[in-house]
Design a protein. Sequence first.
Length: 251
Amino acid sequence: MSDSKLAGQFFDAAIGLLERVRDEESGAIAAAGAAIADTVAAGGRLFAFGAGHSSLAAQDVVYRAGGLALMNLLAVPGTLGVDVMPATLGSALERVDGLASAVLDAGPARAGDLLVIISLSGRNALPVEMAQNARALGLTVVGVTSVAYTKGTRSRHASGGSLRDHCDIVLDSKIAIGDAELRTEGVDAPFAPASTVVTSALMQAMMAAAAEELVARGIEPPLLRSGNVDGGHEWNGRVMSEYGDRIFYRH
């Protein structure tokens, strides 16, 4: 069986996007890492939020081997993924005014914390309102979005603004409108989205920059180890005990 031409083209497209964000977003990644380090050093807490498929990149940095133990998922019920029934409900909830305010008011986030908001389009009411209200509460807000979407689509928020208009730091994923990298004869719709690959890479690069910044300040990054390596369970137990008041996925 010969190799798939389209599979190779997808890898090429994804690698090209990764190279772009590495080269063009290095300053923003470093700034986000420094902001995370500032928050950790000051005793603050870290949160990540994304709706729909954007939630995958948020979940990817929460309670995982090699990740910062202090990163918590800010969950909005009904928006975390395709486990919602019907799956289309999650998309509908992203457009509901007032939902982000209710979640922030009821949740643990407070002034001095940091929130990473992931939204590919950045146009729906939920991420825009989340950013607005989080900053009003005194949180530092990092947005991970596609500037191409922001420039090429109309906001669905009452303010007319997008996610990137309400963030302290913005990381551009460079994903084109439509989030599909391939076209081929005989297929009417574009396919093979790369946003999850690129956005997850941006998140992990941000975490790496934060770890580097903490070490430069003489602070050991509170990292988790794999529970499937010898000593990993004991290591994680110590980290979680030390930072228990800043970890919310255990209770």
